[in-house]
Structures are given as C-alpha cells and as structure tokens.
Design a protein around this ligand. Sequence first.
Ligand SMILES: Nc1ncnc2c1ncn2[C@@H]1O[C@H](COP(=O)(O)OP(=O)(O)OP(=O)(O)O)[C@@H](O)[C@H]1O
Ligand SMILES: [Mg+2]
Length: 268
Amino acid sequence: MQSNSDPRIINPVELRVENISKSFGAFKALHDVSLTVSLGKVTALVGPNGAGKTTLFHVIGGNLAPDTGKVILNGTDVTGLPPYKIARRHVGRLFQDVRVFPALTVAENISVSFLHRSDYSLMTTIAWWRREARERDRRERAMKWLEFVGLADKADEPAGELSYGQQKLLALARIVALRPAILLLDEPTAALSPAMTKKMVALIKQLVAEQKLTTALIEHNMGVVRELADYIYFLHEGTVHTHGTQKEVLENPAVRELYMGLSGGMAI
Ligand SMILES: Nc1ncnc2c1ncn2[C@@H]1O[C@H](COP(=O)(O)OP(=O)(O)OP(=O)(O)O)[C@@H](O)[C@H]1O
Ligand SMILES: [Mg+2]
C-alpha cells in the first residue's frame, strides 16, 4: 500500500468530461455528455446495454477521439492524447474484456508492466529500470500486489490457467501496481461468481479508502453500485439522463422504467 511518506504517491486527480459527442457513421453513440468524477470518490456510470458507457471510457482513455467536447484531468485538457499518454497521467483502466498475457506467469504479467510502464521511449525505459532495480526487486513488487488480490500462491503459474475471475483480479493487480490516481473500471464484476464479486468489491473499497483513488465505475450489478458508488450518472441512448445520489438515481421512477424496460427486467 502507498503511504504518505512515499515520494511517488500521486495526489488524487479529478476527471471531467465536457460536452462529449461521438458518432459512428450516422449513429450518435454519445451526445453532449458532461460529467465529473470527483476526487477520491467512486462515480458510477450505469445504463442499459448500448447506452455509450464503454464508448465514453474509450474517449477518456484516448482510444477514440471525440467529435466534440473535452476530457480534462486536473484542469488540463487531455482530449485526443493517445492511450499511453493518458496512462502516463496516472489513469489505470480495467477493460470490459479481460486482458492478461496467458503464456506469461501470473507474476510476469505484473512485472512486465513495470518495464513498459506506459512509456515507449527505450532510453527512458532503461533509465527507469536501472533506477527501479536499485530501489526494489521487480518480483518483490509484483508479489506485493499479488498478495493484495490473493493470487500470491499462483505467482509462477501461466496466467492462462487462472479462472476467469482470477484473471480479472490479476488485471486489477497489474493496474494498481502502476500506482494510478484514477481508475476506470468497466464492469469489474461482470460474469463473476457471487464470491468473486464480493472479493472484487472489497478490493475496490480498500483501494479507494487507502489510496484515495478517483474512480469511475461502469456496472450493471446494482448491488455493487449500492456498495461502492458515492455518485451516479444514468446514461441512456448516449446522453446523461439523470445524475445524483444513489437515492436520487436508483429510486427515480423514469430511470427504473427505462432500465427495467430496456434491460429485460433488471432488478434495481
Ligand atoms: N466502433 C464502433 N462502431 C460502430 N458502432 C459502435 C462502435 N462502438 C460502439 N458502437 C455502438 O455504440 C453504442 C454504444 O456502445 P457502448 O459499447 O459504449 O455501450 P455500453 O453502454 O458500454 O453497453 P454495455 O452495457 O452493453 O457494455 C452501441 O450501440 C454500439 O453498438
Ligand atoms: Mg460497455
């Protein structure tokens, strides 16, 4: 865990998007979306399938350029920067589809990210590696985060042999090992068992509490949203339909109607 005496600790960062629109051909996936992900809080993005939630993360993460609007990190306009430059600004992203290197061991999946570390300059990487090598062994650092997610005993197994849920925990460990200030979590509990869901929720809670991570959480499981969210945006057909506290959004009759109507009776 980070501590305040750690010189590399990253201060919490606020994330704002302003008037983002994004079309695919004639289809408007996002239309004039503005929202704030507040410092050290969990902000949930909820809404039916196809509402534009992941598209918004693609825009924030630099994978997609918006047609209009701005992405602002701590007051700086970062719109259109490529993903590695966004990552360098301490943004960690857990993708909707699990992304681990199946042929590498579980520990290597983490330590390899220390080498690449969101920077493509070879000289910078070598210089960084030398500095890091003096400070601490990479494996030791990887092990710390594997212990955090409960996968230390699997460190030397190929990541491809982990269960789906364990791969998701590994993906989380790899992200937090890079010490983000902002987390973008796209359905972290999707397709997880109830036990794994509980574990993932507990880990996210711990990260937010101990490291004051500013977190944007896309989630369909309303139990998870109720456990984690400080603030909620309900997206519908590419726009922010409603936003507010849990009570204001989840008990809003229009939201319930739209979500249940469009999500096949999802209980909220
Ligand atoms: N590259 C693309 N080309 C064309 N259409 C796209 C593209 N990416 C997304 N879309 C469309 O944009 C809409 C929003 O997709 P998006 O993935 O953002 O939804 P979502 O809210 O994340 O949904 P889910 O809850 O199912 O993950 C969908 O109708 C999708 O089909
Ligand atoms: Mg999505």
